[in-house]
Design a protein. Sequence first.
Length: 418
Amino acid sequence: MLPVIYSHGLLERVPKLKVAAVIVLFLVIFFYVPVVPYIQPITVPGSYSPGFEACLAGVSQTNLRLAMAQQLNCENEFRAPAVDLYGFATPAYGLLGYGAPPFPSQELVSQGNHSVIVYFNGSQVAAVEDAGPAGVMVNPQGVLYIQDAEVISSDYGFLNITIQLRNLGNYPVSNPSVYLSMVGYSSNATEGSVTLIKPKFVGNCEAIWAPADYCVVSQVAPNNLPVNKSFSFYPEVRGSVEGRPFLYREGFWENYPQGGVGPLWVKEFMSQVDRARGGTPMTENATLDRFAAIRFKDASAEYQISDYGFTADAASFFSQGVGKGSVVEVLLYPGVFSPDTYPNFLSEYAIGHWYGLTNPAFTKYGYYVGQALYYDVSIPCPVYEIPGPGINITQFFLQHGCTTTVASTTWLVIILST
């Protein structure tokens, strides 16, 4: 019988190997195993409990302000409960923010007979978009293809938006409509703390879009894009195929298309104003340009109130030894107008503003062009002009039976002086 020989070195290595295995296991779980649970409640906009339609049927049809309050009460009372979304992430993500997040970049969520697309930023809901009825197909394969999408400058910097599609499937597509999400073009809203994406309609294809056919939709829009930056935009197509609704959405990047309402536009517009003044030209003044920049900053910060802060700004600015003469402010939102058609609009729908511009007493002007929030007013609307300073703009349009939507738009601040 051979003698038993004990190796102290081997006995010492066995515990070390166990410790190393435990460390490796811990690291694998910490960085690679999604074991940390996340719960994200989300309320599906447009989804309501039974009784909502009956509640709406009782809304006043004669008093607009009362009707809006009653409709809001119906929405709050019958809004469907939140849906809990579940996900898992690694401990490394939970503690360090490293690794895969617990939710996908986007997820289709249905509640009752309604659906939304939820967009995530890590573990948080970044935005929600109405997707239509429950059962909607999101980005279905083999149905259509967005061949090209362009946002380029037109005359005076307006945007030409063109989207070209092709039906890839073997079946006709019913009622395809094209929308676009883009900063400065579409508008977003909020519900609670969640951003609601609201794509803007661009155009329709044929009501019955045949297989293999092409479709091109286009629109001219104001250039409200961020200055000198590349930007993303998201065309989407909504329709149905074989009776099933779908939403197809794709992202594109574009270099900033130079232009917009700027020096060239303003120069041409002011030449039209000079013609309306009987050929008596105004001269641009650098001091008034500086004051116009101040006015844009302060007025746009409180855009809900017309000409907010003008009196205080004028008193402060011109008390610094700068001669002002008689100074007035004209706030304009040129929208999709060219500089030679905008005067016609102002002279018909914004008489007070046009009178200020064409008043022969003024000999100097300054201006500033900026991008900020303002109100898109429903059309038709019996009024287009705010009649004076210090007016709550939302209430003003509401009293005239018009609805408004907050959106990013181009401001043209003109300061006139004798």
